[in-house]
Ligand binder design. Structure first.
Ligand SMILES: Nc1nc2c(ncn2[C@@H]2O[C@H](COP(=O)(O)OP(=O)(O)OP(=O)(O)O)[C@@H](O)[C@H]2O)c(=O)[nH]1
Ligand SMILES: [Mg+2]
Length: 224
């Protein structure tokens, strides 16, 4: 089994390590399974704190993997019950981390298979693309979909994210765990991205108006 351990949790970029180890970050709406993904990938059920209540992760959490790179768990966006101040603070922290971390090699943009592609996720995908940050879309909780729902979703995602790699995934069934590891491994061996800032430094997505809420699925035992 791969070695994995907690390294640090912080809300301040200046607290992050300045070593050259690559970062691979989990990004997505609250409750999609970002922290669960860290536990599932490492095979350590209690490494990252997971909750059926959205809004669990509130800091940037780094986990050292094989003493070679970091898996980075981030707070989720889009949880209506979080105060507006906190939502804006999280959005700012997430975008600043993504923009200003030269060691960042890949974002896993995790979405919930039960929720049709949301504008919030599309905005994040567009923003990552605009800023030259490599990402793959991970459709998590595929165990909750029937075969016909899965194929409908697949087509909807192809329309929404043309040309972006998608990996269908389930923590419950273990589906495509190796594919996710493959994407991570490959990314850790790529050179750092060009951090030359050409335009205005901004974390605000064009359509961002402070309202980060999106609909929750109708039946969802994980959301209260
Ligand atoms: N059925 C199913 N449930 C999952 C899967 N992955 C995660 N979950 C559940 O989804 C819930 C949320 O998981 P978390 O990992 O805490 O989600 P998160 O994205 O880190 O949430 P925040 O920290 O609030 O942003 C938990 O109840 C998990 O057990 C999956 O593949 N299938
Ligand atoms: Mg979390």
């Amino acid at each position: 089994m791969i070695s994995a351990s907690f390294f640090t949790a912080t809300t301040k970029l200046s607290d992050l390590p300045i070593d050259a180890k690559p970062h691979i970050a989990m990004v997505g709406r609250s409750n999609v399974g970002k922290s669960s993904m860290i536990n599932h990938l490492t095979g350590q059920k209690k490494l990252a704190r997971v909750s059926s209540d959205p809004g669990r992760t509130q800091t940037i959490n780094l986990y050292t993997i094989a003493d070679r790179f970091y898996l980075v768990d981030l707070p989720g966006y889009g949880y209506a019950q979080t105060s507006k101040e906190k939502r804006v603070m999280f959005a700012e922290m997430i975008h600043e981390y993504l923009l200003l971390t030269p060691q960042l090699r890949l974002v896993l943009l995790i979405i919930d298979a039960r929720i049709p592609p949301t504008d919030l996720d599309a905005d994040m995908a567009a923003w990552l693309q605009d800023n030259g940050i490599p990402f793959v879309v991970i459709t998590n909780k595929m165990d909750k979909l029937s075969t016909s729902e899965a194929s409908k979703l697949h087509h909807a995602l192809e329309m929404k994210y043309p040309g972006i790699r998608q990996i269908e995934h389930s923590i419950t069934s273990g589906r495509n765990r190796n594919e996710v590891w493959g994407a991570i491994e490959a990314a850790t061996r790529t050179p750092p991205r060009d951090m030359t800032i050409t335009g205005e430094l901004s974390w605000t997505a064009p359509s961002f108006n402070g309202d980060l809420t999106t609909p929750e699925p109708e039946t969802n035992e994980h959301v209260e």
